[in-house]
Design a protein around this ligand. Sequence first.
Ligand SMILES: [Cu+2]
Length: 124
Amino acid sequence: MNVLAVNLTGVLVIVLVIWWFWLSEPKAQRVLKNVVDILVEGGTYSPARIEVEVGKEVTLRFLRRDASPCAEKVVFERLGISADLPINIPKEIVVTPAEPGEYSFTCQMQMYRGCMVAKWGLLR
Ligand SMILES: [Cu+2]
């Protein structure tokens, strides 16, 4: 009886491990790639460097905690995007990097600095 319980527990653990690492992976990955949360606080974006797939739409959700006017705008120079960031309210910016490479984003004075890196083949 005890041996059977141990074996059943073992099988259950294996099934859970397989589900967690393989079967559940596509969903988690898709969510991670489509929406990226970026915290704006203490003079930094975090994460300050994000990797995204070339040609795929991605939502960057900025949450500004820093009340200083320095952080009030985020500018993607290469994409021609400039947006106001309200304090404590997530602001979604949807971008599609058409070419591989680096797309920096900064505040107006370029004190806050971040970089979105577009690469091929991240989703494969
Ligand atoms: Cu600034």
